[in-house]
Design a protein around this ligand. Structure first.
Ligand SMILES: Nc1ncnc2c1ncn2[C@@H]1O[C@H](COP(=O)(O)OP(=O)(O)O)[C@@H](O)[C@H]1O
Ligand SMILES: [Mg+2]
Length: 435
């Protein structure tokens, strides 16, 4: 081709192009005569390289600046104030999490500014959260991630298996975050991973032992340890089988904040044993204990959990060492549940009122009804988790019947609706007379 085009001119610099073979002409269109000489190609390359290097630098600067803004906007007391709008009680947990997240951002800023300067690293402050079912662990974290506008993904640790076993490998936790980050690797690398049900992967030889065999729980912990320490994790896209040629995504977990959590049923007994061996126990072994007594005792003990108790529970020491922040949540009493019904910004009662208002219904709950709902939830022993279900049960027939016609009504849920299954009172609101 080049041999047939002896008199070419570079379309950019208009110099004559000397062509000895077709390899001398990387850019040439014989139809239009468009051609670019090699020296112009080299020049364009150089300019592009410079441009790329510059934008890479400014991206780094952008990140450092945006971290500065995040830090200024998210001081611990501000984070907590926001959490207070959604999470009732759990004052200590809200404080601990607010500080942990704030420190996490400061650490990232420090690393961005000091990487390669020989300054010692700041250690990561991964968090372990524990507290009974339905006390607000997930709720707290999901509100936090909304505030921070950073990707957040929950992975059930009990679904993970050691590499080579049937089930999900530990990398799935990072893959879930990658999808939560809209498949943006940079965003993924600054997100929060919540490993739920973490207590379920405790070593069975720990104090919480059972007779069942240990299906590689320690192997799962070992796998997770690498991610907690900060490593390059490799995984395939969802739905892709793992095979040598499958393209992989690589994510560096150094700046990912790991929060692990679970109910850790029975850990208070380990604490009690330790505390008791030192001094007189707090009420343990008393003859008759009311629900309030056991709750109070549980709450006192759970706040005293120490790393050695976690090891006793069956978490390997290396992992315990990587979870420096212990965040404990209390079991919620009737009064707390009562507040949860109406006080948070997204309180269940408010939500049902909004739903019903769309059908021209003014929904009211009598004080006695709210207390009965809280009492019933306490009986179900799943913390705040059952509140919504209890209301749903009462509201079902109404939510089915009301939309049949559009007349404005007021509906009152009474105590009897909760305790005896009575129907809520429906009061027609007369339309203002026309004219
Ligand atoms: N302290 C709390 N304040 C407000 N709502 C709560 C609280 N604890 C639980 N809830 C509500 O109860 C439900 C279950 O809570 P969740 O956070 O999933 O519990 P868990 O501690 O088991 O993760 C959620 O809808 C949540 O909004
Ligand atoms: Mg949970």
């Amino acid at each position: 081709m080049a041999a047939n085009s002896p008199r070419l001119t570079c379309s950019l610099c208009h110099r004559k192009i000397k062509v000895d073979s077709q390899y001398d002409m990387p850019i040439y269109d014989p139809n239009s005569g468009f051609a670019i000489c090699n020296s112009c190609i080299r020049e364009v390359n150089r300019v592009l390289d410079e441009h790329d290097a510059h934008s890479e630098n400014s991206k780094k600067k952008d990140f450092a600046t945006s971290l500065g803004e995040i830090i200024a906007k998210n001081k611990p007391h501000i984070i907590k104030q926001y959490l207070d709008e959604y999470i009732i009680e759990q004052e200590r947990a809200k404080k601990i999490i607010s500080v942990a997240v704030y420190n996490h951002y400061k650490r990232m800023k420090y690393l961005t500014e000091n990487s390669g300067t020989g300054e010692p690293d700041l250690e990561k402050s991964n968090v372990i959260m524990m507290g009974p079912t339905g006390c607000g662990k997930n709720a707290l974290l999901s509100h936090l991630s909304r505030l921070l506008d950073i990707p957040f993904a929950v992975t059930d640790a009990s679904s993970l298996t050691e590499a080579g076993f049937v089930g999900a490998d530990v990398e799935v936790a990072v893959r879930n975050l990658y999808y939560a980050a809209g498949r943006d690797i940079k965003k993924t690398e600054r997100g929060i991973i919540y490993l739920d049900e973490f207590d379920k992967i405790a070593r069975k030889s720990g104090a919480n032992n059972s007779i069942t065999a240990d299906p590689g729980h320690e192997g799962v912990q070992q796998g997770l340890l690498k991610m907690l320490e900060g490593s390059l994790v490799e995984f395939t896209e969802r739905g892709q089988r793992k095979h040598p040629e499958a393209p992989t995504i690589k994510v560096d977990t150094t700046n990912i904040l790991f929060i692990v959590g679970g109910a850790f049923v029975g850990i208070e007994k380990i604490v009690a044993k330790r505390v008791k061996s030192g001094e007189v126990s707090i009420g343990f072994g008393a003859e008759v204990q009311t629900k309030q007594d056991t709750d109070k005792e549980f709450n006192e003990l759970i706040h005293q959990v120490r790393p050695e108790d976690l090891m006793e529970y069956g978490i390997i020491p290396e992992i315990v060492g990587r979870l420096p922040v212990i965040c404990t949540l209390e079991s919620l009493d009737e009064n707390a549940l009562l507040r949860i019904l109406t006080e948070p910004k997204n309180a269940p009662v408010t939500q049902y009122q909004k739903l019903m208002a769309m059908d021209h219904v003014q929904l009211e709950f009598e004080e006695g009804a709210l207390r009965a709902i809280a009492k019933k939830a306490i009986e179900r022993k799943t913390g705040a988790r059952s509140l919504r279900g209890i209301i749903e049960d009462v509201m079902l027939d109404l939510m089915f019947d009301i939309p049949k016609d559009n007349s404005p009504r007021k509906i009152v849920v009474t105590e009897a609706c909760i305790t005896e299954g009575a129907s809520p009172e429906v009061i027609e609101i007369p339309l203002p007379a026309a004219g």
